[in-house]
Design a protein around this ligand. Structure first.
Ligand code: MRU
Length: 341
């Protein structure tokens, strides 16, 4: 089943809010529909958001009727860009789309934008496959891997970053066990990572977030791999809230901590992680789960959706261009220079 699909002038999305209990595909016919699905995490994960937004711009161009075409497209670009602030892939994809509609007439824009959105989607799968090869080569035999949140097929064009490496490693007989942090408050680890790995018959054990330290101490984890939503020029990496804590625990227990992402997740305009905007989400996500209260209704909460892992805690960054270790700044620059050629 495809979780993102363009068909009959509509964007079909698997509603990830309902997984694993229900598999519901919803049709999106307007830019507002797509914005709503991104904002409410029906589609989530940095590359998947960018692909959905790219198709959102196709919908915009197809629905154009009258008035100034560029102003109209600019406004739709703004609406999609305002959905979530942290994952840079969203802004990267919208800029890619902008380069197309800026040069196109209203009549030619829909077809050109559709071709570009498909290219972004297919390109993401290729990038994920390549970074997965690069990452799988680093895995020891019988690897027991901890991961946080969901950086799998559902979060990307269809293969995954952290779970892509797991998939490739498993194919090569190197993965003994994946420990999935449940990932409070929205349980992407429990609902999505556990679901994906079970579907692929890859051994997975679900743990609550507060169990990681204990398992590390018991020598049950060989390495940690997570995805990222934005990586700064110095290698600091924003990812799902709780990732930073796992990295600190891994450092204390001398367990290698890897971050993997395609180059579309890097933001070279940002020198360090302190410049990354962290999304604050509604407190209700912490006070309750799927409508059931788990705290006093009026208790104040904080709900940052992401945190930043400083590069000092990261053993290596794994991208489609290779593995960056040591001087991250230099390594990232080199990969971008190589890609530009
Ligand atoms: O809030 P989410 O579910 O969109 O957060 C997702 C993550 O933090 C992922 O780890 C990240 O986007 C990488 S997905 C390949």
């Amino acid at each position: 089943m495809k979780h993102i699909e363009w068909k009959d002038h509509k964007l079909y999305l698997l509603d990830q809010r309902l997984l694993p209990e229900q598999t519901v595909i919803c049709a999106n016919e307007s830019v507002e529909d797509v914005c709503d699905k991104i904002r409410t995490l029906a589609v989530r994960g940095a590359p998947a958001i960018s692909i959905a937004a790219a198709y959102g711009m196709v919908i915009a161009a197809e629905r154009y009727r009258f008035g100034d075409f560029r102003e109209y497209m600019e406004e739709n670009h703004r609406l999609l860009a305002a959905t979530r602030p942290t994952a840079v892939n969203l802004f990267w994809a919208l800029d890619e789309m902008k380069q197309v509609w800026q040069k196109a007439s209203p009549a030619e824009a829909p077809a050109l934008l559709l071709a570009k959105a498909k290219e972004i989607e297919e390109d993401d799968v290729r990038r994920c496959l390549r970074l997965s090869e690069n990452g799988a080569a680093l895995l020891p035999e019988g690897a027991r891997i901890l991961t946080h949140c969901n950086a799998g097929a559902l979060a990307t064009g269809g293969y995954g970053t952290a779970l892509g490496i797991v998939r490739k490693g498993y194919e090569r007989g190197k993965v003994a066990m994946v420990y999935a942090d449940e990932t409070r408050p929205l349980l992407q680890g429990a609902r999505l990572t556990a679901y994906e790995l079970r579907a692929d018959h890859i051994p997975v054990t679900l743990i609550t977030d507060n169990m990681a330290a204990h398992l590390m101490k018991q020598d049950k984890i060989d390495l940690v791999i997570t995805g990222a939503d934005r990586i700064a020029a110095n290698g600091d990496a924003a990812n799902k809230i709780g990732t930073y804590g796992v990295a600190v625990l891994a450092a204390y227990h001398h367990i290698p901590f890897y971050v993997t992402a395609p180059l579309s997740t890097f933001d070279l305009t940002i020198q360090s992680g302190s410049d990354i905007i962290i999304e604050e989400r509604d407190g209700e996500e912490v006070r309750s789960f799927q409508g059931v209260a788990s705290a006093p209704r009026d208790v104040p909460v904080e709900n940052p959706a992401f945190d930043v892992t400083p590069h000092e805690l990261i053993k290596a960054l794994i991208t489609e261009e290779g593995v960056i270790e040591g001087d991250f700044e230099e390594g990232i620059r080199r990969q971008f220079a190589r890609k530009a050629r």
